[in-house]
Ligand binder design. Structure first.
Ligand code: COA
Length: 335
């Protein structure tokens, strides 16, 4: 489904980004010591070399706060008037993660809630925050994707343990006009509950995944959603400078790029170093790509994700200039 365009002057514009990773890494070699697997199998079938895994002292809330703090570094935090946290691994079933994150950021009182849409959660949260801006509920909104997916597999399951890592990413959206760099195009979103059993977990340590079926659906859904999101902003796929796919498996993202006819050099990735970090995957990759120069102002950028649910989504935007001077001006305008 594609959203209608926002009212004039109430488009959602990306204006900052931040990310957080737990300090501890677990390499493929570490896994071979306790699982019937090999470094070569994991690298060749998934593209993953290591992942960051949080200890018991680092919660989903902690990771969300760290990423949000980085995103707010050049913005006066009190300009933020709403918070949406995407997560599949909240610290508790109830209450939601977002109110605690807001309070730790000094934002007690703003609307704050969680969105659960598997690894597509960040795109669902972006769409939700853009909707709050379009509705006039908030002029500036913080969107966080935070997950501890490494808690989900059964510890001895070689088919799922190697895939997942922990992390968080965050962006600030502000109210702007439709012709600005950084404005989100219509966010394409979808779901299919007939695939609900393909990735499921009744509790931490009890993940079940039908890998081959998920693999096929992920390629189909991300490719279709990407085409729709590009069309929604009037781009040909040949216009896309940067494809930023959810980091589920490097073979999946390579197939998606190939199906879309996007050159492999335009496909961003970080799965080798972080694995599948769920709702954190896209903002974490965006933050790292901005930091190392792979993503910069003017790049026509296509984000796409797929996850448990089944859920999927995509959105196109021209990457903005995130320099602090511009951010402060944006924040001031929002006061
Ligand atoms: N080490 C060694 N062998 C392994 C293994 C591991 N870590 N994991 C699975 N295998 C074995 C399987 O048991 C199977 O053995 P068999 O043929 O004797 O039964 C063989 O490898 C092939 O398994 P298969 O599941 O067909 O492999 P695959 O090429 O499809 O790769 C995944 C498995 C999980 C990597 C892949 O299907 C995948 O990435 N799926 C999508 C996962 C995903 O993205 N999930 C989150 C969505 S957001």
């Amino acid at each position: 489904m594609t959203a209608a365009p926002p009212p004039a002057g109430r488009a959602a514009v990306v204006c900052t980004i931040g990310a957080a990773l737990p300090p501890r890494t677990v390499s493929n070699a570490d896994l071979t010591a306790r699982l019937d697997t090999t470094d070569d199998w994991i690298r060749s079938r998934t593209g993953i070399i290591r992942r960051h895994v949080a200890g018991a002292d680092l919660s989903t809330t902690d990771l969300a706060v760290q990423a949000a703090t980085q995103a707010l570094a050049d913005v006066e935090p009190t300009t933020v008037k709403a918070l949406v946290v995407a997560t599949t691994t909240p610290d508790r079933c109830c209450p939601a993660t977002a109110p605690a994150v807001a309070t730790r950021l000094g934002l007690t009182g703003i609307p704050a809630f969680d969105v659960a849409a598997g690894c597509t959660g960040f795109l669902y949260a972006l769409a939700t925050a853009a909707g709050l801006i379009a509705a006039g509920t908030a002029r500036t909104a913080l969107v966080v994707g935070a997950d501890r997916l490494a808690t989900l597999p059964a510890p001895g399951d070689r088919t799922t343990v190697p895939l997942f890592g922990d992390g968080a990413g965050a962006v600030v959206l502000r109210c702007g006009s439709a012709d600005e760099a950084g404005v989100l195009g219509p966010v394409v979103l979808g779901s299919d509950g007939t695939g609900a059993d393909l990735i499921r977990a009744s509790r931490p340590g009890a993940l079940h995944m039908d890998g081959a079926d998920v693999f096929r659906h992920a390629i189909d859904r991300m490719s279709t959603a990407s085409r729709q999101a590009a069309t929604a902003v009037g781009w040909d796929l040949t216009d896309v400078d940067r494809l930023v796919p959810h980091q589920a498996n490097s073979r999946i993202t390579s197939f998606v790029a190939r199906q879309l006819g996007i050159p492999d050099g335009h496909r961003l990735g970080n799965i080798a170093e972080v694995g599948n970090t769920g709702a954190a995957s896209i903002p974490l990759l965006l933050a790292q790509a901005v930091a190392d120069g792979r993503l910069g102002p003017g790049h026509r950028t296509l984000l796409t994700a797929f996850g448990a649910g089944l859920t999927w989504g995509a959105v196109a935007l021209t990457w903005p200039d995130l320099s602090p001077t511009r951010l402060l001006k944006g924040a001031e305008r929002d006061r």
